[in-house]
Design a binder for this molecule. Structure first.
Ligand code: F6P
Length: 320
């Protein structure tokens, strides 16, 4: 393999830059030319790319976002878009591609591999919603950001004896909400994977806690559930406690990556290039039981995510 490409696709995540850096440096150290493709698959379709060298990726390891920019590209889902992307690869002699993103990006990588461009996927998303991997790049930074933001909100909630309902990102996955909920000592955690009678569940928990003389409450709700304003009004009415809704939004996605994200990204970027050098394509690089391993993309996309029921149980036993 003489020439490869690297792109980031889908939502940006802290640590994507560290992964790009690892891909570029590993390739250059092994005499492989690397093109950085801008704006994900859109850049591949529109011939928007540039050659990168070891110095092009200096001073990015600590930066959030992605130096290659990113996009969610509808055109790439059409055969005509895919053919344009393949033509760009042929034009620049790109024989393999590293795709950093989520499941949607992996589906694109699978389709390109099928059409003769070997691709390796690296899980990069704050959501931690990729079934094949125990961990996705950006997740740890995001969790820490949520914790810090809610710690700040807690100051007000405590000072005013209020309740706050916090909406947390994560698409349809509750991992960010569950783990940050434990970290901030939430009174109730609501995630899409466990849909009890939400209102009853939250109100019962607040009432139970009120009996222990506690006067302020943090309720963490995954964005996949939504309705935080309505829930806040119902809490006020039923529990007699002044309640605010806070939607954390995109602050959760930015910021300098944590050690965990930088290290995981470096390991995965390195491994992705090793696979391409071995002539292997159509794989995803993932973390399983603290090891970096690779799976066939088809298999990976068909795996089923499981919620950590044990963690959910612990959260509710100890948050009183
Ligand atoms: O996948 C990352 C994520 O931030 C999700 O948590 C959220 O559902 C979505 O992206 C938001 O997308 P956008 O930035 O396009 O609004």
């Amino acid at each position: 393999m003489k020439t490869i490409g690297v792109l980031t696709s889908g939502g940006d995540a802290p640590g994507m830059n560290a992964a790009i850096r690892a891909v570029v440096r590993t390739a250059c150290e092994n005499g492989i030319k690397v093109y950085g493709i801008n704006r994900g698959y859109a850049g591949l379709i529109e011939d928007d790319l540039r050659e990168l060298n070891i110095r092009s990726v200096s001073d990015i390891i600590h930066r959030g976002g992605t130096m290659l920019y990113t996009a969610r590209c509808k055109e790439f889902r059409e055969e005509s878009g895919m053919q344009k992307a393949i033509a760009t690869c042929k034009k620049y002699g790109i024989e393999g591609l590293v795709v950093i993103g989520g499941d949607g990006s992996f589906r694109g990588a699978r389709d390109l591999s099928l059409r003769g461009i070997p691709c390796i996927g690296i899980p990069g998303t704050i959501d931690n919603d990729i079934a094949s991997s125990d961990y996705t790049i950006g997740y740890d930074t995001c969790l820490n950001t949520i914790m810090q933001m809610v710690d700040r909100v807690r100051d007000t909630v405590e000072s005013h004896s209020r309740c706050v309902v916090v909406e947390v990102m994560g698409n349809r996955c509750g991992d960010l909400t569950l783990n940050s909920g434990i970290a901030v000592g939430a009174t109730a955690i609501v995630i899409p994977e466990i849909r009890d009678d939400i209102e009853k569940h939250v109100i019962d928990r607040i009432k139970r806690t009120q009996k222990t003389d506690k006067k302020h409450f943090i309720i963490m709700v995954a964005e996949g559930i939504g309705g935080v304003e309505e829930l806040a009004r119902k809490i006020e009415k039923n529990c007699g406690v002044e309640t605010r809704a806070v939607i954390l939004g995109h602050v959760q996605r930015g910021g300098s990556p944590t050690v965990r994200d930088r290290v995981a990204a470096s390991q995965m970027g390195y491994k992705a290039v090793q696979l391409l050098m071995e002539g292997v394509g159509n794989r995803v690089v993932v973390q399983k039981d603290d090891h970096i391993v690779d799976y066939d993309i088809y298999e990976a996309l068909n795996m089923e995510r499981k919620v950590n029921n044990e963690l959910y149980k612990i959260a509710h036993e100890i948050s009183i």
